[in-house]
Design a protein around this ligand. Structure first.
Ligand SMILES: *Cc1c(COP(=O)(O)O)cnc(C)c1O
Length: 445
């Protein structure tokens, strides 16, 4: 495959290669009914994951005081952001119809990023599986607060959990796995921030630092884990369990919107913009949302213009066989949670039928919007968490967005649109680091 040849058939590939800000509509998107007929997962899998989290809720509530209020549920709220929305209109010089909200996964309990959804779920599922096999747990109706007991902790302490990460996945996996008593080894890529390494070490996690990118840190972790029979590898690239943990976020949004009196139906479309790294979290949440809201929800994933691995994989239909470096992209981004040069083949191929499209965001805009979010809404997000926020502007500003809206036939319902930008992390960032981000952002004013 030569890139120059592909550029002739895929118009926006050239812009992607030049690291421009783009808005891309997925030509392979299908109706939810059609897409569902092609994939092997369904609502039943989401409900299975949701039930598992519910079984563990009594344990979670006992083990993590920040979940007492939610009864052991790891869930976030939504916040309307009118000032920020109006600033987007000025900054990008485009009217945004409808209301705009942030989904506050920056404030998720236990780990403070969207990773808490998938990673914690996978660790819990693994713990449940081996506890059942060992006969420690008698069945799904047993008392799950037993997971806090010395007996269980001793059992898990002879077992290992390993993960490769740019940082945040490690925080979620490490925190939950250590709470259960597992030995934990985390392979960190070059982007990983020092405070994340220190945080994990202080919890008894073994941190292995790599001077290489995410893909290589993951490969190293996977290899080491496979050589050890009592080791379990949380595989960000291929894990179905991780994906299923994320889907529950989509399922739960339904009730949350109902409680906020926000309708989602043919007359009230929902647009969701999700920051995308390897694809698991935006993929899982989109899958959940599509099962719940059908064709009334439209999901766009947002990537750094310097790291557009999912967009590249889907545009070229090369999925995980293509790396951003193959099109001469440098892969340098401050959005460390999204610093993934090669997408997940599993997620890309599964989600190709569901994703409505995607956008890329410049380094400057992510920092600029970070500072503005702080100024205007007093919400402190990490750089990756801003990636989805320009989404509504792109929808109304670009030819691609306009064409999409025309096709949906919503010209008379524009003001009924609900936009949700998924804010994926922030509350765990140390004050000092957050201030440095804000200062960086202020320089772009
Ligand atoms: C990991 C991460 C994402 C993206 O999730 P993926 O599953 O890697 O696509 C978004 N935001 C933050 C803050 C993250 O840590």
């Amino acid at each position: 495959m030569t890139i120059n040849k592909l550029e002739n058939t895929i118009p926006q590939l050239k812009e992607l290669r030049q690291m421009e800000d783009i808005f891309w509509i997925n030509p392979n998107n299908e109706s939810v009914e059609e897409a569902n007929a092609k994939v092997e997962y369904s609502m039943a899998d989401i409900l299975d994951a949701s039930d598992r989290l519910e079984r563990f809720a009594p344990f979670i509530k006992r083990a993590f005081s920040d979940t007492v209020e939610t009864n052991g549920m790891i869930e976030s709220f939504i916040t309307e952001i009118p000032e920020f929305k109006s600033y987007l209109e000025t900054y990008y010089q485009t009217a945004i119809h409808g209301k705009m909200y942030l989904k506050r996964d920056d404030s998720l309990p236990i780990a403070g990023t969207i990773k808490a959804r998938g990673a914690i779920y996978e660790v819990l599922k693994h713990a449940e599986t081996i506890a059942l096999e060992a006969g420690l747990l008698s069945g799904y109706d047993d008392d799950y607060t037993k997971f806090i007991s010395t007996e269980f902790r001793e059992f898990f302490s002879g077992r290992q959990i390993v993960v490769g990460t740019t940082g945040n996945l490690g925080i979620s996996v490490g925190t939950m796995a250590r709470a259960l008593g597992f030995e934990v080894v985390i392979h960190m890529s070059v982007e990983a921030k020092d405070w994340k390494k220190e945080f994990l070490r202080s919890r008894g996690v073994k941190v292995v630092e790599h001077n290489t990118n995410f893909t290589e840190a993951v490969n190293q972790g996977r290899m080491e884990s496979m050589a050890n029979p009592v080791s379990y590898f949380v595989d960000d690239e291929h894990s179905v369990d991780l994906f299923m943990g994320y889907t529950v976020g989509g399922l739960r949004l339904k009730k949350q919107l109902e409680e906020a009196n926000i309708s989602v139906d043919a007359d009230h479309p929902l647009f969701v913009y999700l920051p995308c790294g390897i694809g698991g979290s935006p993929g899982g949440i989109t899958f959940g949302l599509k099962q719940v809201f059908g064709d009334h929800v439209h999901c766009f994933f947002a990537e750094p213009a310097h790291m557009p691995s999912m967009l590249l994989g889907l545009m070229t239909q090369e999925y995980d066989n293509i790396n951003v470096t193959d099109i001469d992209i440098d892969g340098k981004t401050v959005m460390d949670g999204l610093a993934v040069p090669q997408t997940s083949g599993f997620v890309a191929e599964l989600m190709e039928h569901y994703f409505d499209g995607g956008l890329t965001v410049s380094e400057k805009d992510s920092m600029h919007l970070l500072a503005k979010m702080n100024d205007l809404e007093n919400i402190q997000l990490e750089p990756a968490a801003l990636a989805g926020t320009p989404g509504p502007s792109r929808l109304f500003q670009t030819v691609e967005g306009q064409t999409f809206l025309d096709k949906l036939n919503v010209s008379d319902k524009m003001d009924n649109i609900t936009h949700i930008a998924w804010a994926t992390g922030g509350s765990m960032v140390p004050e000092e680091d957050m201030q440095a981000f804000i200062q960086e952002g202020l320089k772009t004013y």
